[in-house]
Write a protein that binds this ligand. Sequence first.
Ligand SMILES: Cc1ncc(COP(=O)(O)O)c(C=O)c1O
Length: 465
Amino acid sequence: MTATPRRLSQNDLGGDFDVYSKYIFDEVPKDHIPEVGMDGRAAYMMVHGELELDGNPMLNLASYVTTWMEDEANKLAMESINKNLVDKDEYPRTEVIQRRVMAMISQLCNAPEGNEVAGTATVGSSEAIMLGLLAHKWSWRARREAAGLPTDKPNVVYSGLVHTCWEKAAKYFDLEPRVVPVDPERTYLHGDDLAAFVDENTVAVGAIVGNTFTGQVDDVASLDAALQKIQEEKGWFVPIHVDGASGGFVAPFVAPDVVWDFRLEHVRSINLSNHKFGLVYAGMGTVVFRDRSDVPDELVFDITYLGGSAPTYSLNFSQSSVGTVLQYFQFLRLGRKGFELVMNAAAENARYLQEKLEAYGHFTFLNDGSFMPVLAFKLTDPEAHEHTVYDISDGLRAEGWIVPAYPLPPNGQETNVLRIVVKDDFSRALIDLFLESMDTVLGRLGGQLEPPSAAAAAKKARPIC
Ligand SMILES: Cc1ncc(COP(=O)(O)O)c(C=O)c1O
């Protein structure tokens, strides 16, 4: 027996039912703006329903970006969502808060006492890195011009493990990229690497505190020492821009003795992603300079502020004020002690997870989570198995977890890794659930190796009732 579905109209059902039928029957406009609009509830359901197909942010172990904040933070986010950070005249308290946040961050990066704070909130670390390199390029050019030397071949030196935004910055600002190739045995940059790459045209050296691919930290102190030696021998001053996108908020709390910041003379600028371990939602980075004099005056523009003017150094004009407000909230809410607790808990959870994953005897780790709470690991013996890290990544995705797999950049492209970022919302309880999924995936792929994880052992021991 067949039936012909009948679509009832508003006349049949009354106004409210028309809204209901809208998101049941109507197609979502995909490539044109619809001629007439629809009820807000219907529009909401259409957009909301589609977004439900996204991955679950809390199970997204790929991203460094904050996926959870407390209710009070969510409330503040909604309260500041309609304020443009650049409107300093209209929102003077937001501007004051930005200045406080910048002062706190430059303190965190150990800017020398008495220096004039120079920092700005950016859309993310990419903009911050571009602003850092742009300032160094202009300063380099001014030094060269003053000495009557050519300025047509500026270059920037960095490791092959930089984030794409460094390549973008080099291209956009006409800097020859001098890339120190990845050594699969030592995936961090060291001062010994520099001599062959740095010359009188080097605008800056990039150092990464927590690289995107493996979470490892470049040896910034040895880079500083190498550049000091170059300065003494050749007379070239080469600044370091530290990319602390992921590690800038971790290092001061997990490894306070590691010197990577303004305590080093050549470190003139640092970027941090507030939306990563600064513990605020996506949309905020920071660039801080050692001193105001590290930013050439020609790059700074004045905008109206309280009848006067305020200096701005940015690529974007308009910008959300949510990140800045939330960062201030987190500084007040957690204090230094709270940040220390959160960062060390993440590092400890990373170590716990690493220990459990090592117990499979299947994976070799490129780093450990003892500094950055990031685990990058490869198959110990890829030839011995039918499956690859890509199959494991796919299998975990089917279980709901997002764990990326990728090859390292040149010359490490033979090495394929999985990477997990242990954020503050990846609790011990969730880690144990993740390990259960890993057991399932490896079991399915035929790679279940002894000893199984504690989670699997516990599952097997469960009574049957
Ligand atoms: C080391 C590093 N630098 C820069 C970036 C770019 O940061 P953003 O996404 O804040 O622009 C990232 C992003 O993951 C990163 O890991």
